[in-house]
Design a protein around this ligand. Structure first.
Ligand code: SAM
Length: 285
């Protein structure tokens, strides 16, 4: 083992992983993108020194960010992903047979190039349904002409180019760009990182104000700060992700590709909306 990767998520607590080598490192106009080789987690992508994904645990984040929302829509055909340059979210979206087109708007083409070269199995890059747009998702959503059935916010932490992805104005533009029964899901950080609480509350308050239904949900992701990660769900038309019709759709739908899923299943869909009291306290007024 030649070195260690350290990510501190508060002054004195962090994650340490043994690293065998740095396969890729580039300072782009937006951020520093690196691909590291590790024994314990496979290849790992970091942005500005923060873990974005590892080969070994990426399935949790991508399945949970995608399927909770996708199954809540009766027939998702047009899907927009903001960020997501590693390709993992698009891969999960395209498992749904109803999907006809996926637009993925990633601000940093280096993330896409490095993922294709060093993490090729994370994405389904050859799928003709996938349209990769290199651009700022915040600008893109201001100008949506054909509405999307599902919008997924797979952005980075609320600093730099991703800060605007946590603002009410952006959530309103997504609402305007959704079809009448449209669904939005977003990654909304770790409840254990206090410096992110204002962003979590900001997103949740905006979704609550703008959308007919909004809920937060959780998953366990080992390489993210303290292992607990939050996501947000919002429905324009009032779909409750725990409604009987959705649960039935999850039961029937998962059967089509359950062999390909390693985390998400009908029990996880039902259980992920159960929030511990300290998490409720972060987002509730
Ligand atoms: N799983 C990760 C995490 O730790 O939360 C997030 C995935 S990473 C692929 C997030 C991506 O969002 C990065 O590639 C970054 O370049 C992109 N991004 C950040 N701000 C963006 C913006 N305004 N528009 C489009 N993409 C953006």
């Amino acid at each position: 083992m030649s070195s260690t990767f350290n990510e501190f998520y508060n002054e004195k607590t962090g994650l340490t992983i043994g690293v065998n080598g740095i396969l890729f490192s580039e300072q782009t106009p937006y951020q520093k993108v690196e691909i590291l080789e590790t024994d314990s987690w496979g290849r790992m992508m970091t942005i500005d020194g923060m873990v974005m994904l590892s080969e070994k645990d990426e399935f949790v984040y991508h399945e949970m960010l995608t399927h909770v929302g996708m199954f809540s829509h009766p027939q998702p055909e047009r899907v927009l992903i903001i960020g997501g340059g590693d390709g993992g979210t698009a891969r999960e979206v395209m498992r749904h047979p109803s999907v006809k087109k996926v637009d993925m708007v990633e601000i940093d083409e280096v993330v896409v190039q490095a993922s294709k070269e060093f993490l090729p199995q994370v994405g389904d890059w050859g799928n003709p349904k996938l349209n990769v747009v290199i651009g700022d998702g915040i600008e893109f959503v201001k100008d949506i002409s054909v509405p999307y059935d599902v919008i997924i916010i797979d952005g980075s932490d609320p600093v730099g180019p991703a800060a605007g992805l946590f603002e009410g104005e952006f959530m309103q533009a997504c609402y305007d760009g959704l079809s009448e029964d449209g669904i939005l899901t977003a990654q909304t950080e770790s409840p254990w990182v206090e410096s992110y609480h204002p962003s979590m509350k900001q997103v949740y308050t905006a979704l609550d104000d703008i959308y007919a239904v909004s809920k937060m949900y959780l998953a366990y992701i080992p390489l993210y700060p303290a292992g607990m990660w939050s996501f947000s769900f919002a429905s324009k038309g009032g779909t409750d992700p725990l409604a009987e019709v959705v649960l039935q759709r999850v039961e029937n739908g998962v059967m089509r590709f359950e062999d390909e899923l390693k985390y998400y299943n009908p029990e996880v869909h039902r259980g992920c909306f159960a929030l511990p009291n300290f998490v409720k306290d972060i987002i509730e007024p």
